[in-house]
Design a binder for this molecule. Structure first.
Ligand code: ADP
Ligand code: MG
Length: 413
């Protein structure tokens, strides 16, 4: 279950974008063996567009006459939807364009949003082609939910919109380094994890965030989500065999007690989007320019040595990784996790294995910290490194972000 904000019209004219290179290069076969018949039987007329290079989908939706389409659906990994979202946000009519219903059919090696949608719908856990079939049914049902987008400002001043994650350190390195094992499909992340664990690194940087206080009014677009408690899966299982850490600093239910308030920074100093003329979108009222220190109501993390920083806004980081089981597409929150330097390899491995079932917060690991936040800033101090947004590598350097609740619409069945 989740918040439903409408349905796609019938018949629904779908622009279906397919990346033939995604995953093991099987998206076209998946289309003919599963999707074509399913959409035809469900009376969903669609036009297939096969991308022939990176950014092709982005350009197509930037130029498209959107009055001709009731939904934009991708058959690929998360990377192609990232292009579609940003193509829509680069349009003059972005405000209307980004309301075009978006759908995703998992055909890549990183299918985090598809896995999240399947999970939100209450459908049983499946992966691979079964996940594709499940997402096909949800798509045919055509129920719409609001989708939060996170606005990100990169070192160059470039602004991008993200629906899934911002990662630095271990997770980002695995994602990019595992590209070379693309031929093995989804398990490329497992292979990459083993390699990176063997050569575990520490990443220096500064991290700050604007927490969501537990007493804070829920934003207007947020109503109660699924019938099951969002934290139930955190509490129901203790798969790591250790007791949960109840110290206030490491519990998801007790955000940093030093936080005083959540008032907005002075509206006279919103972050400048000058010089990024191709980037439209709503103003980021919570951010100040990167060369100024963060507003006084932000929390600055005192530690500067990290193994990973992961800001995620969907439940799944991959088909088999529930990084934030409490997350919903429209919860108005960035779920910020970080792991501090000092964690042993076995302890990190235990966390990653627990993440398969979303039970990592019950491991009682003192190096893992979690906060629900509205905005964050990350300033890497190490001279080189990898930052990913929705699994795609972006320029390395300081980055800051704020969530915009329900900016887009997602077909969630
Ligand atoms: P995967 O999950 O397998 O990584 P993605 O959908 O994330 O699949 O796509 C991976 C990358 O391929 C993205 O950066 C996307 O922009 C790019 N891409 C899209 N179409 C093509 C194409 N025809 N050839 C090569 N790369 C492409
Ligand atoms: Mg990808």
């Amino acid at each position: 279950g989740g918040v439903v904000c409408g349905e796609v019209p019938r018949p629904c004219r779908v622009m279906l974008l397919l990346n033939p290179q995604s995953g093991r290069g099987q998206a076209q076969i998946l289309y003919t063996t599963h999707i074509q018949r399913m959409l035809t039987e469900a009376a969903v007329p669609h036009t297939l567009f096969i991308t022939d290079r990176q950014n092709h989908a982005r350009e197509l939706v930037r130029e498209a006459d959107l009055s001709q389409w009731d939904a934009l659906v991708i058959l690929s990994g998360d990377g192609l939807l990232f292009e579609v979202v940003n193509g829509l946000m680069e349009r003059e009519d972005w405000e209307e364009a980004i309301q075009t219903p978006l759908g995703i059919l998992p055909g890549g090696s990183g299918n985090a949003l598809a896995a999240s949608i399947n999970y939100y719908s209450g459908s049983p856990y499946v992966y691979g082609e079964e996940l594709l079939v499940s997402c096909g049914f949800l798509l045919a049902r055509g129920l719409l939910s609001p989708l939060d987008l996170v606005s990100l400002h990169l070192a160059s001043g470039r602004r991008v919109f993200s629906f899934l994650s911002l990662a630095w350190g271990f997770v980002a390195d695995v994602d990019i380094e595992s590209e070379r094992y693309r031929q093995v499909g989804t398990i490329r992340f497992m292979v990459g994890t083993a390699v990176r664990l063997a050569g575990l690194r520490v990443y220096q940087g500064r991290l700050a965030f604007l927490p969501i206080s537990e007493t804070e009014e829920k934003p207007p677009e947020q109503t109660s989500t699924s019938p099951s408690s969002p934290t139930s899966s955190l509490c129901s299982s203790m798969s790591c065999g250790t007791t949960a850490d109840t110290s206030p600093n490491h519990s998801p239910l007790h955000p940093d007690s030093t936080v005083q308030s959540n008032t907005l920074p002075s509206p006279c100093h919103p972050v400048s989007v000058k010089g990024t003329a191709n980037h439209k979108g709503p103003p980021d009222s919570l951010l100040v320019p990167l060369d100024q220190s963060v507003p006084a109501d932000w929390t600055v993390v005192k530690e500067q040595d990290f193994v990973l920083v992961l800001a995620i806004y969907q439940s799944h980081l991959a088909e088999d990784l529930q990084a934030a089981p409490q997350a919903r597409a429209q919860d108005g929150a960035i779920h910020l996790y970080y792991v501090l330097e000092g964690i042993s390899r076995p302890a990190l491995l235990q966390l990653l294995l627990a993440m398969e079932r979303g039970t990592h917060m019950t491991c009682g690991c003192p190096y893992l910290v979690y906060h629900r936040v509205r905005a964050l800033r990350l300033e890497p101090l190490s001279p080189q490194g990898v930052i990913t947004v929705d699994g795609e590598q972006v320029e390395y350097g300081p980055v800051q972000a704020q969530v915009h609740g329900g900016l887009a619409r997602l077909i969630t069945g």
